[in-house]
Design a protein around this ligand. Structure first.
Ligand code: 13P
Length: 304
């Protein structure tokens, strides 16, 4: 039976050792398989997450949980997998906690901050009773706002939510979901550093697609331990699928090029390739290196 890790130790290690673990959105079966394959082949842990819209598209949160769990079993996945609700509201966070997701993001950024905090605390209580991890959002991640991104997270809110007991904190630092607009001003490293200096929790970078590699690496060096990726893989899938069709391979009836198992394959493989590249950008530590380091630590402890 598939087991979902809550990721708390994984993300703490990542923040301490200045690397990040990717949080990869799933949109369907192909996405799930492509992401699990990339993680298994690189021997790195991964977080698979689902947005409310994608869960609705696939048939609900239970379907997503069962599908990911069944794929882990049928693909013999041996690396840790965290299953996270992405940008959940209060009701969906409660539903995913009851279903056994190992992590939930309660996104109350649109609520007045007191209500966001009160609801976050309720979700933390429900989740922690069951060993489930909680992510909250402060400030606002941009949504096609233009060059400035969304709303900067404040250090004061970071401290308040940290004290409330969140396990991970998503901060608005000029980042934007989707494709970055022309003239985007870049990440606000000053604010990120102020937040990272104030709270020790793993920090989360939403809108991780399309940020230049040097900025991603700098953000990780300052305290980002989880990087959310969705658009990057949608574009990789789209590009490879477009090529298949432009090459008229779908019209090759003799080879059944119209069969969805063939039509969707280049895009699926492109997701695995894009994720492997992302893993190298993030410096995600393999579980083999983690084990080696752990036994090294134990050996040195025995010598003392
Ligand atoms: P992108 O689609 O911009 O990669 O953002 C993903 C994300 O932050 C999901 O929460």
């Amino acid at each position: 039976m598939a087991y979902f890790d809550n990721g708390n130790q994984i993300f703490k290690d990542a923040r301490r050792e200045h690397y990040a673990v990717g949080a990869y959105n799933t949109n369907n079966l192909e996405w799930t398989r492509a992401e699990l394959r990339a993680a298994e082949e690189t021997r790195t842990p991964l977080l698979i997450q689902v947005s409310t819209g994608a869960a609705k598209y696939m048939g609900g949160y239970k379907f997503v949980k069962d599908m990911v769990a069944d794929q882990i079993d049928s693909m013999n996945i041996s690396v840790p997998v965290i299953l996270n609700l992405d940008h959940g509201d209060y009701e969906s966070a409660k539903e995913c906690i009851a279903l056994g997701y190992s992590s939930v993001m309660f996104d109350g950024h649109a609520l007045p901050v007191e209500e966001n905090l009160a609801k976050t605390k309720e979700i933390i209580k429900l989740a922690h009773e069951r060993g489930i991890s909680v992510e909250a959002e402060i400030g606002k991640i941009g949504e096609n706002q233009g060059a400035d991104g969304g709303e900067l997270a404040s250090v004061e809110d970071a401290i308040t939510f940290y004290k409330a007991g969140v396990d991970k904190l998503a901060c608005g630092i000029g980042n934007i979901h989707g494709v970055y607009p022309e003239g985007w001003k870049g990440l606000n490293f000053d604010r990120l550093k102020e937040i990272a200096d104030a709270v020790p929790v793993p920090l989360v970078l939403h809108g991780g697609s399309g940020i230049p590699e040097d900025q991603v690496k700098k953000a990780i060096s300052l305290g980002i331990a989880k990087v959310n990726i969705n658009t990057e893989f949608q574009l990789a899938f789209q590009k490879a699928t477009r090529k298949y069709i432009e090459d008229k391979k779908d019209l090759d009836t003799a080879n059944k090029g119209y069969d969805p198992r063939k039509l969707l394959l280049p895009g699926t493989e492109a997701i695995t390739a894009a994720m492997k590249e992302m893993i190298s950008w993030l410096g995600t530590k393999s579980i083999d290196d983690e084990l080696k380091d752990a036994s090294f630590d134990r050996a040195s402890l025995n010598e003392e």
